[in-house]
Write a protein that binds this ligand. Structure first.
Ligand code: GMT
Length: 373
């Protein structure tokens, strides 16, 4: 198949998922064309079968806001026609699904018909989509897609609820790169906890600091707060107020996340809402147990008390005591670490997930062809 992929190329889980999917599809002999404004961070364009097409957004004095959505639509149509794409797969509804919808219209006007697939990742529905300025366009974008996938059952349910959409949504979980995310033998002189996020309010990063402060009443733990975003300043101030600054590092945005996560003893994910929690899965694949909140799609990834722990949102006491249980008991830690890796291997490997996308594309392509006959 010849697949066009559009995603946010810089930071964020949706771009990582799209990039890994493209690379896996190429390794299975498909031709993959990334159409984005920058080279996705994890994309190696020297890989056979992978192509990258930059979207240039011309700027004119009249444009207070350069219309990326339109430039993207135009480039999608151009690439689809030039390389005879079979399917266009966009990750994150806004604005990518709208660009794909326009590209499909342009192609139709030129006698070419290809299906478009939208994969919903989470905040495109729960935050952006529910914002009044984007509600109607998000609903329209989803309804106009030929195929819709969601990264968890919870997200599929929310999408139907919020937008009152009757169309089928296929749940296809995210996969993890099991060779990049591997357990690494390590010993930390003090237990090391890691949190990785974009420091948006939905991540509740302040709870990480509160959990560390509670935990340090029992054990000499340290915390790495990896990433950056609007809640970083408040988190630094809270660390000072709670007297834990000496034990919290803020290394900022890092490209060596896999290495950092693998060196930790525990990952903390106290989010308000999380459609999937890719970073939790990456930690599990690395043999690092996770303490997270019992929200969104997280319980579809982590089984509470089996390969990680789930607590209520804002339950700082609970998260600290679960973290302590794992960090004070090496045997329990080992068992959870092994089970986490096993969960990643058995349910979220590329071998399990990518064929689900292949089948999904194939059915849509055949349906589109049949519709033309
Ligand atoms: O909010 C983020 O963390 C960024 C966002 C994204 O699109 O990169 O993450 C969402 O998609 C990820 C990949 O599918 C999921 O693992 C995250 O759970 C989801 N974030 C939220 O739902 C808050």
């Amino acid at each position: 198949m010849r697949v066009g992929i559009t995603c946010y190329p810089t930071y964020g889980g949706s771009g990582i998922v799209a990039t890994e999917l493209g690379l896996e599809l190429a390794s299975r002999g498909h031709e993959v064309h990334f159409i984005t404004y920058a080279n996705p961070i994890r994309l190696d364009t020297s890989v056979a079968g992978v192509h990258y097409h930059e979207v240039e957004v011309a700027s004119y004095p009249l444009f207070q806001y350069p219309p990326y959505t339109l430039a993207l639509a135009s480039r999608m149509a151009e690439v689809a026609e030039l390389y005879s794409l079979d399917v266009l797969h966009v990750h994150y509804a806004i604005p990518h699904s709208i660009s794909a919808y326009l590209a499909r219209g342009i192609l139709e006007s030129r006698g070419v018909r290809i299906p478009i697939v939208t994969t919903l990742h989470g905040t495109d529905i729960t935050l952006v989509g529910t914002d009044r300025s984007y509600f109607l366009i998000t609903k329209f974008a989803i309804e106009q897609s030929d195929g819709i996938t969601a990264v968890s059952r919870d997200l599929a349910y929310r999408m139907k609820e919020v937008f009152d959409i009757k169309k089928d949504v296929q749940v296809i979980y995210n996969s993890v790169n099991l060779s990049r995310y591997q357990p690494v033998p390590h010993t930390n002189s003090e237990p090391m906890i890691v949190h990785v996020s974009n420091f948006r309010p939905v991540k509740r990063v302040l709870d990480c600091i509160r959990v560390l402060a509670k935990l340090r009443e029992q054990i000499p733990a340290r915390l790495w707060m990896v990433g950056d975003g609007p809640e970083r300043g408040p988190a630094e101030r809270l660390a000072q107020e709670l007297g834990v600054t000496a034990w919290v590092d803020f290394p900022g945005k890092r490209s060596d996340i896999a290495q950092l996560v693998a060196k930790a003893d525990l990952l903390l994910l106290p989010s308000e809402l999380e459609s999937f929690g890719l970073v939790a899965l990456e930690a599990m694949a690395s043999g690092v147990p996770v303490v997270a909140t019992n929200v969104g799609g997280i319980p579809e990834v982590i089984t509470d008390g089996y390969d990680g722990y789930l607590c209520a949102v804002g339950d700082v006491e609970g998260m600290a005591s679960r973290a302590a249980e794992l960090l004070k008991d090496p045997e329990r830690h080992r068992i959870f670490a092994e089970r986490g890796r096993e969960t990643a291997l058995s349910r979220f490997s590329a071998e399990t997930i990518v064929p689900q996308y292949e089948r999904f594309y194939q059915n849509l392509i055949e349906g589109t062809k049949a519709g033309l006959e």
